[in-house]
Design a protein around this ligand. Structure first.
Ligand SMILES: Nc1ncnc2c1ncn2[C@@H]1O[C@H](COP(=O)(O)OP(=O)(O)O)[C@@H](O)[C@H]1O
Ligand SMILES: [Mg+2]
Length: 350
């Protein structure tokens, strides 16, 4: 008699277990269904997987802004932006330090109507390539030929030496920071070669000063690409290659395949000039990296360790040059191994 309640409880438990398991299974199934439905209907921001701090397409967030704000329109650019002073100029744009809601911003104005196509191409690229590698777009107005971007007070990479010579930047004027800058630069080239739009070539880079002027140094000592006015698309599958401009190029900063191949006997003609691929960017990396490494204690040691990969970049056969990713991997390895060596040397000294 005494066992009966126990038995009945046992019996109840026996009957309840499948019911509970069924309930749990149903709940799990519902969760899966809900997850699938949400995933279908929720349009995830394009860039959120890449960098959680970035805004969805068409939005920006800068300085102390809490939320993402839509790109500024013509009306907002006309009424809310106060132009202060000219801080830079190239063939396509004149750049003004300006103010928007107490933020320093850069207002880019088209210099002359003949350059409008390049200006619009640059704007299109800025819109499509927003990421940690590219300057932040804040707004634009095609009718007024204006673009608004985040202002970087340290300016372009052309000012790097001057900036690093300032007393307040002595702590970052080390081979470690400079190698990290070079990694940032190669990271940008790698991003362009694997961009959401396909393989893009950084064409506006026919000499070192020109190349440096297309990138900005941020206040936290990283590099962003700024001038995207000449980024033609390569497609190896459809055998679509590019030419950087329509004029004859000279010098050894550009890749050998960018030079007129038929000698002086045949005058240069754009139609006869063969096209090429993204490996022209790889050819230029050793020169840019060497500039970034500068001439301080330790830069020659880094140069020595990068000798082989840089030699490979200078291969006359484009296909034999490494990819930007290969170079990035080598830079990382060199940085880590040199750091380890320094650490163990310091430990031995103590
Ligand atoms: N957002 C910015 N912050 C600070 N300086 C800038 C900014 N954008 C451009 N500049 C300066 O203006 C120069 C010219 O800009 P760029 O976009 O390269 O013009 P262009 O297309 O005419 O070559 C840059 O080299 C840089 O010195
Ligand atoms: Mg430029």
């Amino acid at each position: 008699m005494e066992r009966r309640p126990q038995e009945s409880r046992k019996g109840l438990t026996h009957r309840a277990v499948p019911r509970v398991a069924g309930l749990l299974l149903a709940m799990a199934l519902m969760n899966v269904l809900l997850y699938l439905c949400l995933d279908r209907f929720f349009i995830s921001p394009r860039r959120s997987t890449e960098d959680p701090g970035l805004c969805p397409y068409g939005y920006f967030r800068m300085g102390h802004m809490k939320n993402c704000s839509p790109w500024l329109s013509c009306k907002e650019l006309r009424t809310e932006v106060r132009q202060l002073k000219c801080v830079g100029e190239g063939a396509v744009k004149r750049v003004f330090l300006s103010e928007w809601k107490e933020n320093k911003v850069a207002l880019l104005r088209l210099t002359s109507p003949e350059m409008k196509d390049d200006f619009l191409h640059g704007l299109q690229m800025l819109k499509s390539l927003q990421s940690k590698h590219v300057v932040m777009l804040l707004g634009y107005c095609e009718d007024d030929n204006t673009i608004l971007t985040e202002y970087h007070p340290l300016g372009s990479l052309s000012n790097l030496e001057e900036t690093l010579n300032l007393l307040k930047y002595q702590n970052v004027n080390t081979w470690q920071h400079r190698l990290q800058l070079a990694m940032g630069y190669v990271g940008i080239i790698n991003y362009l070669h694997h961009s959401p739009l396909g393989t893009l070539v950084m064409c506006d880079s026919n000499d070192l000063p020109k190349t440096l002027s297309q990138y900005l140094l941020t206040s936290n000592f990283s590099i962003v690409a700024n001038d995207l006015d000449a980024l033609p698309l390569v497609n190896h599958r459809s055998r679509t290659f590019v030419k950087c401009g329509h004029r004859e190029l000279h010098g050894d900063f550009v890749a050998p395949e960018q030079l007129w191949p038929y000698g002086e006997a045949i005058p240069f003609h754009d139609d006869l000039m063969p096209s090429y691929d993204e490996k022209v960017d790889i050819w230029k990396i050793p020169d840019v990296s060497s500039f970034l490494l500068g001439h301080i204690e330790g830069s020659d040691m880094v140069r020595f360790h990068l000798f082989d990969i840089h030699k490979a970049c200078k291969s006359h056969t484009p296909a034999e040059r490494p990819t930007a990713q290969d170079i990035l991997d080598t830079y990382k390895k060199v940085l880590n191994s040199l750091r380890d060596t320094m650490m163990s040397q310091t430990r031995e000294m103590l």
